[in-house]
Write a protein that binds this ligand. Sequence first.
Ligand code: ASP
Length: 346
Amino acid sequence: MRPKILIIYTGGTIGMIEDPVTKSLRPFDFSHLMENVPKVKMLDYDIDNIQFHPPIDSSDMNVEHWQLITRSIADNYDSYDGFVVLHGTDTMAYTASALSFMLGNLNKPVIITGSQLPIGEVRTDGEENLITALQIAADRSEDGIPTVREVAILFENYLWRGNRATKRSADNFNAFKSNNYPALAKIGLGIHFDHDALRKNKSELELMPSYALDTNVMAIDLFPGLNKEVLCHMLATPGIKGIVLRTYGAGNGPTWDWFIDAIRKTVERGVVILNVTQCVNGGVHTNRYLAGDILAATGVISGHDLTFEAAITKMMFLFGLGLDAQGVARRLSEPIAGELSQHPHA
Ligand code: ASP
C-alpha cells in the first residue's frame, strides 16, 4: 500500500523566493515548490496538497489559521496516513502546540517542518526537511500502525514533540530544541525513533477536533525594574481571563508587598495566572525558594516545565472549551498532549 500523505502548505521561508527588485523574501506559489523538489517524486507516495491563499510569513499566523489547519486535517483524516504542514519557523512552535491541543485523540502523524533557506536556493535545508518529514509521516509498523501519533516538529537532525519545542536559532539549520524532553527521533544516515519518547495514543478513539480558542490571554515577563504602575496596568487589561507570568529561575518573583498584593487581587478577581520560568531548561518548583512559595500562595498555578508556547496556547484552548477559571486552573496542571514532564507519556 503506497502511503497517502497530505501536505498543508501555509507559507514561510521554505516556499519563499527573492524579489528581484527589493531583494527581500516574499512567498510564492506551491506548484513552484514541487518543481523545486523533483526528489519528492522519487518517494513512492501518493501526495496531495492544500495551500494557504496567499501563503503567509508565519509572523502573521493567527488562531484563524490554526482553525484552518485543524479543519484541513479533520476533514481529510480518514483519507490519509499522515499530514505534513509546511510552515515558517518563527511561530512554528506556537502552531505545533496549538494543534496538539486542538487535535484531540490524534492517532496519526502531523509533522510540521519548514526551512531556514528558501527551497530554491542551492544550499537550502528545505529539500531535506520536506523529504524527511514525508518519510516520517509515512512510517508505519509492520501491522500498519503509524510510528508517530502526535504533532511533531521535524527540523534538520531532530524530530521534536511539537508542544515541547522552541525556536532557538534564527541562523542555524538545527533551529529547534526541546529543552525538557528527549528528541522523538534523531536524523542522520537513517531516521532513528526513540520509541519510549513517542506518544502511545489509543487507536480506537475517534479524532476530536476543537476549534474554539479564546484569545483573552496575555503574557507578563518579570524583570528587575518592573514598576507598580506598569504591572497594575497590565493586570487590569479589560477582558483578560488568563496570564502567563514568566518568572525567574525555579518560578520565583519579587517578594515586595505591592507585587504580591497586585497578583493576589488579580487571582481573586478570577483571572488565571500561570507561572512558567524564563529559563530555557528546567521548570517551576515553587517550594525551592521563599520567593516562589510566596508567589504560589497567591493562587498562581505552577506551569511546571511547560514551554511558553505550550502555556499560552493551552490557556487559549482551555478557555475556548468554555471552562470557568477554576476549571482552567485545574486542567492547566494536567497533561493534555504530553506537554508536561510529570506524566511524560500521558
Ligand atoms: N519569517 C519566516 C516565517 O516564519 C521565517 C521562516 O520561515 O523561517 O515565516
